[in-house]
Design a protein around this ligand. Structure first.
Ligand SMILES: [Ca+2]
Length: 137
């Protein structure tokens, strides 16, 4: 879920949309244990699609302009300002770290393969036979 699932502002400002208000009402009514079946059966934004159908299809249950009829889905981060920059920067940083980690793993595996090949090539055959306990020719 994204901020605009419940909030009117993509940066998650306190204002709630229709789904956010229904979620909060459900949470308050059940003392924190939200009945997702009941919440999913509601059509919070009144666009003709229940919350469950919208959430499972990638639509926003609190935005009547986002539903299977309009085809408008939430498409990535749309925040602006410092929060948007921080989120985008953090995402890039994590992706870069994963790329570097993968690169090091591949390099290490390559070095292990090369080292194994080298030791096979340099081991004298007589010594290898003696190690195995095989009779000498
Ligand atoms: Ca709806």
């Amino acid at each position: 879920m994204v901020c605009v699932t419940c909030h009117t502002d993509p940066n998650g400002a306190p204002a709630l949309n229709a789904f956010g208000k229904d979620y909060r009402a459900e949470r308050n009514a059940t003392n924190g244990s939200v009945d997702w079946e009941r919440l999913g059966a509601l059509d919070s934004d009144g666009d003709g699609y229940n919350n469950s159908a919208e959430l499972s299809g990638g639509y926003l249950p609190g935005d009547p302009g986002s539903n299977p009829r309009t085809g408008v889905k939430y498409e990535g981060f749309t925040g602006s300002g410092i929060t948007g920059l921080l989120t985008a920067g953090l995402t890039l940083f994590v992706v870069a770290l994963l790329g570097i980690a993968l690169g090091f793993r591949m390099l290490a595996a390559r070095n292990r393969r090369l080292a194994a090949k080298e030791s096979e090539a340099t081991e004298p055959p007589v010594e290898a036979a003696a190690k195995d306990g095989a009779p000498k020719p």
